[in-house]
Write a protein that binds this ligand. Structure first.
Ligand SMILES: [Zn+2]
Length: 411
């Protein structure tokens, strides 16, 4: 079985000096349009006396410089704005959108998007000569690390804070559903270990990942001591941006691999739902929580499960996963965060705090999904009894991470 999904492919581009300045002008024009919309919107909220947004673009002062850039990018921005307004006033949304914000040069991320039909779909990228053709520009050199075959939907050109340019190509591709394995897994997300699985496996932060994080901390401290706008300041700013990028890329690499491994090996994946905002209020833990950025992982597992026909479920935040005994169901009154191991007063089972929680998450999830009766659950408990003696793989190097994922693919 196959299904059509939207996939994004990101390529690094190397524009010439001339092309760079043209792209920068495009970013500027798109930012200008957006800010005009926001200004008019803020004004409108006070008194409804300004022209309609949709026609607004024609009445803008200094229209000449807008005609020099790629018009599709501006049109797309206008469409984005119309969509934003629709969402802003929508009464169906569970979470209300905040007021629109102005984009500031050098602070906001620079990008503009061109719809696929304006680029004659797949004909804008030439894989043989490694060039991408955008309107009003000579072909730009790009690095092709992988090819796509599906229908091109849109191209987004962007620039990051380390002054690197990218194109992100959205493609509609058919993909094969993954084979069923008949296995389910419950996952507890931790701080010391990234994941604690109900199978008894713990996956820790790789060492090379921590190393870059420490480096970032040191560089940031040095950066804060520089005189603002001096040449050293600018140098340091770029250095910090590059390190940030590295951490983000490393995190993405780990999460991408882990999430693929999960959907390859399990049919049902169960996690907690996080209230990250509430947790960050707890100052002691906040830094590490943001570092772990679990929501990235949850997002990846969620969309990959969707793609490959697997089930992803998140249990209620308030479910007492740590305090409940996974063997007999006895619930403790309270369990302090510092206690890592405890013994159940009812059935005398020794528990590892996180492992016990992940097993409970699995049971609760299975109960939510398939509403198991207590007898069935007890049966399930006997069959998939946890063995904490399972050898725990250490993911501490790039090579090891890859080999670890490979090992479990065949397991
Ligand atoms: Zn017990």
């Amino acid at each position: 079985m196959t299904q059509l999904v939207l996939k994004a492919f990101k390529y690094r581009i190397y524009p010439t000096k001339e092309q760079t300045s043209f792209l920068d002008r495009n970013f500027g024009a798109v930012r200008y349009i957006w800010n005009q919309f926001v200004a008019s919107f803020n004004h409108n909220l006070i008194g409804p006396c300004l022209p309609q947004d949709e026609k607004f673009i024609k009445d803008l002062p200094g229209k000449e410089f807008l005609t020099e850039v790629i018009s599709y990018g501006l049109q797309q921005k206008r469409m984005d704005w119309v969509e934003f307004k629709k969402q802003f006033f929508s009464k169906k949304r569970a979470v209300k959108l905040g007021r629109p914000k102005f984009k500031k040069k050098g602070v906001s991320n620079d990008s503009f998007k061109i719809p696929g039909q304006c680029l004659k779909f797949n004909s804008c990228i030439n894989f043989e000569t490694s060039r991408i053709k955008l309107p009003k520009m000579s072909p730009i050199k790009l690095v092709i690390d992988r090819k796509f075959s599906g229908l091109l939907k849109s191209v987004t050109v962007s620039k990051n804070k380390a002054n690197q340019y990218f194109v992100s190509v959205l493609v509609e591709e058919p993909i094969e559903l993954k084979q069923n394995t008949g296995r389910s897994i419950g996952i507890d997300l931790g701080l010391k270990d990234l994941l604690i699985c109900s199978t008894g496996m713990k996956i820790s932060n790789p060492r090379w990942f921590r190393k870059t994080q420490t480096k970032l901390k040191i560089t940031q401290r040095a950066f804060s001591k520089k005189v603002k706008d001096s040449s050293r300041y600018k140098q340091m700013k770029l250095k910090v941006a590059r390190l940030y990028l590295k951490v983000t890329n490393q995190r993405k690499f780990i999460y991408d691999n882990l999430s693929t491994w999960l959907v390859n090996n399990y049919d049902t994946i169960i996690m907690e739902s996080l209230k990250v905002k509430n947790m960050i209020k707890n100052r002691k833990l906040s830094k590490s929580i943001q570092d772990a950025s679990w929501s990235t992982l949850i997002g990846m597992v969620s969309y990959k499960s969707n793609w490959y026909g697997k089930t992803f479920h998140q249990i209620d935040t308030w479910f007492p996963s740590s305090k409940t005994c996974s063997c007999c169901g006895h619930k403790l009154e309270s369990l302090d965060l510092s206690i890592r191991e405890w013994t159940c007063p009812s059935c005398n089972t020794k528990h590892d705090r996180d492992l016990n929680a992940s097993v409970n998450i699995l049971y609760k999830g299975l109960d939510d999904l398939y509403s198991l009766t207590s007898a069935e659950l007890a049966d399930y408990r006997c069959r998939e009894s946890v063995n904490p003696k399972v050898e725990i793989p250490k993911v501490d190097s790039l090579k090891r991470l890859v080999s670890f994922i490979d090992f479990y693919k065949t397991a």
